[in-house]
Write a protein that binds this ligand. Structure first.
Ligand code: MN
Ligand code: MN
Length: 267
């Protein structure tokens, strides 16, 4: 059985408010391997045996760096060319655009399900086209995404509402979560989880606290409901400098475990 590739993307230079996400991959890995729990996911599958950790992608972590973006695209492309499913660990959310560029070369159509407090579709924020507030604008412009469904959005500016209309994006707030209908989605599917999509009470280790978010169980239910094949996923925006007793890192690791199980179940 092909192993799922785990890639760390230690980049936070495209963050707009706080640094710290650079250390996200290490914190999630530590929680994944923590002796506080065991290796089984909720389907009683041992998860680390499904995953091969490819280490961190070498990046300079410089603001607006297309070289860093190219390094990420190249590393993801290498795994996709080998026929592997990929789970990437952020890093700030800017990493998702270069990831999706790599997927474009391998998947003519791609449904992206995106959990986040924010739509991340700014045409421009602070003059940085690679900002963590813009990855989905860039990915849509470049034709990397066929269908984009956003869940947990609760602070869309009028500009971002217009961007969603322009690209026919389905944007659902936590209040509208029951309108999420996975039966209408077609694979292959990519899942992008910004940990600030969850409520800060269960995921405080993020740079942008936005109360009123998803519970961990609601996020797990989304993973459970995704149609296959689930070809890739990322868990981003963990900022360990803001975390409390590593609880957000543990949430990130939990998501990785259930995503890995879903990937194997739905190849
Ligand atoms: Mn966010
Ligand atoms: Mn985001």
């Amino acid at each position: 059985m092909d192993l799922i590739a785990l890639l760390g993307l230690p980049l936070d230079a495209n963050s707009s408010f706080l640094l710290g996400c650079e250390h996200g991959p290490a914190a999630i890995r530590e929680s994944l391997l923590s002796a506080s729990g065991n290796d089984a996911n909720e389907a009683s599958v041992n998860v680390t045996s499904l995953i091969e950790d490819m280490g961190n992608v070498a990046v300079d972590n410089e603001r607006g760096s297309f070289l860093d973006a190219d390094a990420i695209t190249g590393a993801v492309d290498e795994q996709l060319a080998a026929g592997r499913q990929i789970i990437s660990l952020g890093g700030d959310h800017s990493v998702t655009y270069p990831i999706l560029r790599a997927f474009r070369a391998h998947h003519a159509e791609l449904t992206v399900v995106h959990i986040d407090a924010h739509p991340d579709m700014y045409d421009d924020l602070d003059g940085n086209p690679l900002s963590h507030a813009s990855p989905f604008a860039r990915a849509l412009e470049d034709g990397c995404v066929t269908t984009l469904v956003q869940l947990g959005i609760r602070t869309a500016t009028q500009h971002q509402v217009e961007q969603a209309a322009r690209w026919n994006v389905t944007m659902l707030s936590p209040r509208q979560l029951d309108r999420f209908d996975p039966a209408t989605l077609h694979g292959p599917v990519y899942l992008s989880v910004d940990l600030d999509g969850l409520d800060p009470s269960c995921a405080p280790g993020v740079s942008h606290h936005e109360p009123g978010g998803l519970t961990v169980r609601e996020a797990l239910d989304v993973i459970d409901a995704l149609p296959g094949p689930l070809v890739g996923a990322d868990v981003v925006e963990l900022n360990p400098t803001r975390d409390l007793n590593n609880m957000t890192a543990m949430v990130g690791a939990k998501l990785v475990k259930e995503i890995a199980g879903a990937m194997v179940a739905r190849r």
